[in-house]
Design a protein around this ligand. Structure first.
Ligand code: ACO
Length: 429
């Protein structure tokens, strides 16, 4: 029986038959939906190590083979031949656009890039040293207060429009958060520029002089956006879906995704990598860092190393590594941290501890060095990730809205607290 359509679970003298589902690719999944009803047992899987939470046709990962497909297209091909905006269309719609469809999408995104003027007042309310992720999370969450007239989630056109608005406005908000933090006036989006170049202008152009950008800057950023656009049911996307499962509006869902992304075990890793490289400081000190990362009592992990799913290599890391060398060379940046990063990668890949645990550089190991070379400050790295991942989040949210099997997400627990006991008044405690 190599290809069963069901499996039987024996619990005491009860046999429960559980269906097995197969997707178009990937491991079969045992459907335990009826288990509790039929056997009185729940399953326990902290961190969802072996649990699929939904059916999805957006992105496929084969962690053992280092494969990443967006809607079936290998990430290597998209990185080489596509653009972030085309990838956003692909993720949202399931197919690559025709030229006419792409032009219409680009036009629509471009004409939704303005943010409501009232958001400037909101932005001004943050402390001068607020972390841009905190600002982004609050600002994106607040969008639902501006578009509640188009939040009928039963209307496919309103859902689509919300997704377009998010893809269009997150870069404007992200750049505004940065400029607020450094005391620069907000730069309005320029519609004559394409998506990534427009973002760089909103970030770096000052009113007093035009911005001179080397083409490699927008190209590199666009590539990073493509590579970060989606990654199936990761922590932040699952958060978006969990919040979405309650019927909450898409702005609230994406704000929740931004909050989940912020953690150092997820999107916050790119910021943590750069801080780690700066702390190591010199190639000679790499060996010490590797030893510290192996010491469980040190509380230190090699940031940008390891991945829940990839146990061979992260295909995005290979692409970014190559781009990192190219960008630094073309921008004429001589960053000593690149040498530290390369030595660290080399040392860890040779070390039995990392080899045995299948720990490889992930997408964030080199991305920070590219951001740094582009002049993007460390605190903005996770914001960059959020900007790109918005395309994935809205695509998953759209998919969830028409999923006939979607239910409110409501995990169970193994209760370990006190058994029933009587209340004790203060004077008797
Ligand atoms: N440095 C040192 N040891 C590590 C590292 C690391 N970066 N990552 C995992 N390990 C060790 C663990 O200590 C554990 O060792 P043990 O088996 O002896 O107890 C083993 O490898 C397995 O680690 P887990 O934490 O169980 O693996 P998990 O799949 O839960 O975690 C994670 C994956 C969170 C990415 C982890 O590898 C990590 O913390 N990496 C550093 C942070 C990072 O780069 N995050 C970005 C992830 S990619 C992204 O979100 C874009």
């Amino acid at each position: 029986m190599s290809d069963p359509t069901s499996v039987t679970l024996n619990i005491g003298d009860k046999a429960v038959s559980l269906p097995v589902h197969r997707g178009s690719l990937g491991a079969p999944c045992i459907d335990i939906g009826k288990l509790a009803k039929e056997s009185g047992h729940f399953t326990y899987d902290p961190g969802f190590m072996a649990t699929a939470s939904c059916r999805s046709a957006v992105t496929y990962i084969d962690g053992d083979e280092g494969v990443l497909l967006y809607r079936g297209y290998p990430i290597e091909q998209l990185a080489k031949q596509s653009s972030f905006l085309e990838v956003a269309y692909l993720l949202m719609h399931g197919e690559l656009p025709t030229r006419t469809q792409f032009d219409a999408f680009e036009h629509e995104v471009t004409h939704h890039t303005m943010m409501h003027e009232a958001l400037k007042t909101f932005l001004g309310g943050f402390r001068h040293d607020a972390h841009p992720m905190a600002m982004l999370c609050g600002m994106v969450g607040s969008l639902s207060a501006f578009y509640h007239d188009t939040l009928n989630l039963d209307d496919p056109e309103q859902r689509r429009l919300a997704a377009v608005r998010l893809i269009a406005k997150v870069p404007t908000i992200a750049a505004a958060c940065y400029r607020q933090s450094i005391g620069w006036p907000i730069r309005y989006p320029r519609n004559n520029l394409e998506y990534t170049t427009r973002f760089l202008h909103m970030m770096f152009e000052v009113p007093s002089e035009p911005l001179q950008l080397k083409p490699v800057a927008a190209k590199a950023l666009d590539l990073l956006f493509i590579l970060h656009a989606d990654h199936e049911q990761n922590a932040s996307t699952s958060t978006v879906r969990l919040v979405g499962s309650t019927g909450a509006n898409p702005y609230a869902c994406v704000a929740a995704g931004i909050a989940a992304l912020w953690g150092p075990a997820h999107g916050g890793a790119n910021e943590a990598v750069l801080k780690m490289l700066e702390e190591i400081g010199r190639p000679e000190d790499v060996a010490k860092a590797v030893e510290k990362a192996k010491d469980k009592n040190s509380g230190f992990r090699l940031m940008g190393f390891g991945h829940r799913v990839y146990k061979n290599y992260d295909p995005r890391a290979a692409i970014i590594r190559e781009m990192c060398h190219k960008v630094l060379a073309e921008l004429g940046v001589n960053d000593p941290l690149l040498e530290v990063a390369m030595r660290l990668e080399e040392a860890a890949l040779k070390d039995e501890y990392f080899v045995a645990r299948k720990l490889y550089p992930n997408v964030d190991f080199y991305s920070g060095l590219i951001y740094k070379a582009l002049g993007i400050p460390t605190e903005m790295f996770t914001v960059m990730f959020a900007l790109a991942r918005t395309a994935g989040w809205v695509s998953h949210w759209l998919e969830q809205q028409v999923d006939p099997e979607a239910k409110i997400g409501r995990p169970r627990q193994i209760y370990t607290g006190a058994t029933p006991r009587d209340y004790v008044p203060f004077d008797k405690r």
